[in-house]
Design a protein around this ligand. Structure first.
Ligand code: SAM
Length: 347
């Protein structure tokens, strides 16, 4: 991680100076990874078991440190927080953090990305603690395939989605990474089934193009473009592919479903960059502030805080992170690079 030597632009930084990058993008969204540990081992997300090394626990930010960083971010105009990981629900007492983050003035949207394995247990309490919405990773509805890909069980995930609906953690978004030969392409495609499942559960499904990660899944063998998926007859029966793609304030593009039950989303980091509307920063579980998912030059907030850095010092690091945010994220994860896996960065 790059040492975050505070840059002192101002003696006293104004609280609501806002965070804008060099390309005029206002940064209002912070994704916070609370752990790099997970109770699944999705092949696309982390290196093989023997190559995977979790950070030592004392490298991971405490809830107080996360809250402090989030408060500074909120005072600079960040209004949307997403808790992610690793798997956020495996971290002890997560409800405490949710309460702390929900209470920060200026935060209007507090959501979480989860694999949902533990959601049936926590959904009600998460909603009571102030979580507003939930995104669930769901790559397959076939229990055997799901187990092979993730190392986990499908049934608790489905129970978790149900519990999130009951608890009002809605609208639920389902995320499916597309992988040729696993859940996409020829006879393997589950795209139509996943669309139907989402409709039946009042959720929006978003299909994500596989990104190459260091030591992760063989990208060349499994990558499939959204464009190819949209050629399928069973997809065209469900999705109005001739409609204009719409954008929300997320990285996804949306097309309407023909049955009128909503939209289906497509996240295309490989075939169509979505950088122009990017409003994100990421905080890794070990305190790295990262302005672009595939760019490894993150700044180290943890050491700054632990050396006694002030809120103004933290603000300066946010400003610097905005300053170095690249115009376009380059997904050229080659074997030689230092690119970290999603489980380390926080998805
Ligand atoms: N454990 C939580 C979960 O399963 O949703 C949160 C963390 S996970 C890293 C967040 C998201 O990262 C997942 O929804 C998955 O879609 C995405 N992801 C991880 N590796 C990816 C890859 N190589 N390509 C595309 N998406 C990836």
């Amino acid at each position: 991680m790059v040492e975050a030597t505070p840059i002192r632009f101002f003696d006293k930084m104004p609280d609501n100076s806002g965070l804008m990058d060099r390309f005029g993008r206002q940064l209002t969204y912070l994704r916070i990874s609370v752990t790099d540990r997970c109770n699944m081992r999705c092949d696309y997300c982390r290196p093989a078991a023997d190559a995977y090394q979790a950070e030592p626990r004392d490298h991971i930010l405490s809830y107080e440190e996360i809250e402090r960083i989030a408060r500074v971010a909120a005072a600079m105009g960040v209004s949307k927080l997403r808790i992610t990981g690793g798997e956020p629900l495996v971290r002890r007492d997560l409800l405490t953090l949710v309460e702390k983050l929900a209470a920060i003035p200026g935060i209007t949207d507090l959501s979480m990305t989860t694999n949902a394995t533990l959601l049936a247990k926590y959904a009600k309490d998460l909603a009571a603690a102030g979580l507003t919405r939930i995104n669930v990773s769901l790559d397959s509805l076939n229990a055997l395939r799901f187990r092979k890909l993730t190392g986990g069980e499908l049934a608790p995930v489905l129970a978790g989605i149900k519990a999130a609906n009951t608890a009002g953690l809605t609208p639920i978004k389902l995320n499916a990474v597309l992988m040729r030969g696993i859940n996409a392409g020829d006879e393997h495609s589950e795209v139509a089934e996943l669309i139907d499942f989402a409709s039946e559960h009042g959720a929006t499904i978003r299909f994500i193009e596989l990104m190459p990660m260091k030591q992760g899944m063989d990208w060349d063998a499994h990558y499939i473009s959204i464009d190819e998926v949209l050629q399928r007859d069973d997809v065209r029966q469900r999705v109005d592919v001739d409609a204009a793609l719409t954008t929300g304030n997320t990285a996804a593009r949306y097309l309407p479903l023909k049955n009128g039950s909503g939209d289906v989303g497509f996240i295309m980091p490989m075939s169509e960059r979505f950088c122009e509307g990017c409003n994100r920063l990421r905080l890794t579980s070990d305190g790295g502030l990262r302005s672009c998912l595939p760019a490894d030059d993150q700044l180290n907030l943890r050491d700054l805080i632990r050396r006694g850095g002030s809120d103004d010092d933290i603000r300066a690091v946010f400003l610097r992170s905005a300053l170095i945010k690249p115009e376009i994220g380059i997904y050229d994860f080659d074997a030689e690079s230092e690119k970290r896996s999603m489980i380390h960065i926080g998805g």
